[in-house]
Write a protein that binds this ligand. Structure first.
Ligand code: ZN
Length: 270
């Protein structure tokens, strides 16, 4: 009986230590446990779709093509793509993912923490429905705020057009993903503080002001929409930077250099 009493009192004495160990194990579990990733299967002809439609992918060498494909799979493992009054085909999923991967291709690991869902809308839509969710009549894309936080809306024809029209400076998908990158520091203001080394901030702001002025004076080949404000300037020039990099470099060497620093890549030399 004596043995038993001693044993019980020992256990009681050790209780705080046991609780502490359990707590530490629990914390270690929550810190290091990684939820198994959703397995993403790309369609059988995904390489054909990408090669035909995404010039950026087409220009990559074999090793970087594989890297691009891995990044696409990673993106699709945590972002859902749904169609509202329109079907979502393989090509649409691949184009949304490409628009997401292109601006972050220069970074080793990037997760769009502020995105869970992309909604694709047809060109002709129920205007009331859009207005109810804050969508304007002629908008081709937007990133949500408030209750629509973590949601991106894209017009399906605009998404496809941005990739299929090889001569165009416009790419709605890339435009919206660049807004998301801009938003990483809390503000969509054209200054992606998370991406750009602080020492280039004033140079970038100076370039934005100068070029917005030139657009307003009809003295630039950058879309007029870029003069709306600095956030739109950054998104619009990024479309041009990635869609027609050679032309952009030739016409805007200073912007090209700074944007190469922001995105940590040179799209003329993939
Ligand atoms: Zn915009």
């Amino acid at each position: 009986m004596q043995v038993c009493t001693t044993f019980v009192s020992d256990i009681i004495d050790m209780a705080p230590i046991i609780v502490l160990i359990a707590l530490i194990l629990l914390i270690v579990f929550f810190v290091f446990y990684k939820r198994p990733k959703k397995k993403v299967f790309l369609p059988e002809n995904f390489r054909e779709i990408l090669t035909k439609n995404v010039s950026y992918y087409h220009k990559l060498d074999e090793k970087n093509k594989e890297k691009f494909e891995e990044k696409i799979k990673d993106f699709l493992s945590y972002v859902r793509i749904d169609g509202i009054d329109t079907t979502v085909e393989d090509i649409d999923r691949l184009l949304v993912a490409s628009a997401a991967v292109i601006p972050i291709f220069g970074f080793k690991k990037w997760k769009y923490n502020n995105l869970r869902n992309v909604l694709l809308y047809p060109a002709s839509f129920n205007r009331e429905e859009f207005l109810a969710s804050g969508y304007e009549k002629n908008t081709l894309g937007m990133i949500g705020n408030g209750p629509m936080q973590r949601v991106m809306i894209l017009s399906k024809p605009a998404l496809r057009g941005g990739f299929m029209n090889k001569e165009s400076r416009a790419n709605t998908g890339i435009h919206e993903f660049v807004h998301l990158l801009d938003k990483e520091d809390g503000e969509v203001d054209g200054l992606p503080e998370v991406l750009l080394n602080r020492k280039y901030n004033s140079k970038w702001i100076e370039q934005m002001n100068k070029n917005i002025g030139m657009i307003l004076q009809e003295n630039s080949d950058i879309s007029h929409y870029g003069a709306t404000n600095k956030a739109e300037f950054f998104a619009v020039t990024s479309e041009y930077f990635f869609n027609l990099p050679e032309l952009f470099k030739e016409n805007h060497p200073e912007l090209f250099e700074l944007m190469g620093l922001i995105f940590n890549q040179d799209p003329t030399n993939l």
